[in-house]
Design a protein around this ligand. Structure first.
Ligand code: ADP
Ligand code: MN
Ligand code: MN
Ligand code: MN
Length: 336
């Protein structure tokens, strides 16, 4: 008997990394070991030195194939077995090794847009015009407001069956736009679970013939962009309020907003305009309940005097490994 391991990795596509995968057929009882691929076809190598190595990092049941089949999230390595320059999971590992005693938790809110391939427009946008303005769609119910729920429900079932830490879903502000959340999970874990959840979402897009876009601002004009709000806490923040404020201050320290925005995804200036529940990309602010701030302290956190903060800046197209790595390091150093 055999089983199948789907090896999944992150490529070198610019400006936004994409997920890739291929299938290995294994004998029963055989471990999914080191493998490789042609990096010249993924923007990670030149043709004359094309081998990139796949090092299994995290695996879980494959909920699409079922049975004994598995998904294997891999790190990309050079042939000397050092991390490939595009391997951001290695950065998350290093941050977790350095600040692991602070027990960082993440909750990532992945927004995305379902694109109708026949029009190239978001699901629910008529072919020659626009739907009614934003207002009724967020968390809405009903055929005129909601597009794609069947696929969203199946994606949620798959994430649960795979054992991923999905914590909720909702319809978003723009028609055809949705969100799911992963967390709370650790610095490396949240990236593993998010990339696999994205992989499963793209697979559902194939099945339902819908293109899944994580573009930050798929529709110009008066339509919300798509973010990956990053909720963050350390053990100290979960126990007291002062470290929550210190964490929000640390993200605004000189040089930090620029360093963070550099890994918060392509098109950040288009999304962080100051409108549509965002702060401008060139300003940093934080506040209780403030959805127009860069960083929000939820009202329950202010009331309870402990909890977490929400960095609202990361784009939907950000790399969760890179975001988790820099958050763990910046706040870890400030709270050390
Ligand atoms: P919003 O009100 O901004 O839409 P969501 O409910 O979509 O918030 O997402 C909040 C996320 O924060 C969830 O994924 C949740 O698991 C996560 N979360 C809750 N508590 C913590 C915590 N202490 N540290 C980090 N993340 C947390
Ligand atoms: Mn949310
Ligand atoms: Mn949202
Ligand atoms: Mn949020």
């Amino acid at each position: 008997m055999t089983y199948r391991a789907e090896y999944i990795w992150i490529d070198g596509s610019e400006p936004t990394r994409e997920v890739r995968s291929k299938t290995k057929i294994l004998a029963d009882g055989e471990e999914p070991g080191v493998w490789g691929y042609d990096g010249s076809s993924t923007n990670q190598a030149t043709g004359d030195n094309s081998d990139v190595v796949l090092q299994p990092g995290f695996s879980c049941p494959d909920p699409i194939r079922g049975g004994d089949n598995i998904l294997v999230m891999c790190e990309t390595m050079l042939t000397d077995m050092t991390p490939h320059p595009t391997n951001t999971r290695a950065q998350a590992r290093e941050a977790e090794e350095k600040y692991g005693d602070q027990e960082a938790w993440f909750g990532l809110e992945q927004e995305y847009t379902l694109i109708d391939p026949s029009t190239g427009w978001p699901a629910g946008f008529p072919p020659n015009g626009f739907p009614a303005p934003q207002g009724p769609y967020y968390c809405g119910v009903g055929a005129l407001k909601i597009h794609g729920r069947e696929m969203v429900e199946e994606h949620t079932d798959l994430c649960i069956a795979a054992g991923l830490k999905i914590s909720g879903t909702n319809a978003e502000v723009m028609p055809g736009q949705w969100e799911f959340q992963i967390g709370p999970a650790g610095t490396v874990e949240v990236g593993d679970h998010m990339w696999l959840a994205r992989y499963l979402l793209y697979r559902m897009g194939e099945k339902y013939n819908v293109e899944v876009s994580i573009e930050a601002k798929p529709m110009k004009g008066d339509w919300n962009g798509a973010g990956m709000h990053t909720n963050f806490s350390t053990k100290a923040m979960r126990e007291a309020y002062e470290p929550c404020v210190a964490a929000a201050e640390a993200l605004g320290a000189p040089g930090m907003p620029e360093a963070h925005l550099a890994v918060y995804g392509d098109g950040i200036e288009d999304r962080l305009t100051g409108a549509h529940e965002t702060q401008r990309y060139d300003q940093y602010s934080y506040g209780v309940s403030d959805r127009g701030a860069s960083v929000r302290i939820p009202w329950q956190v202010a009331r309870d005097g402990k909890g977490y903060i929400e960095d609202r800046r990361p784009n939907a197209n950000a790399d969760p490994y890179a975001v988790a790595a820099i958050m763990t390091s910046t706040i870890g150093a400030a709270l050390a």
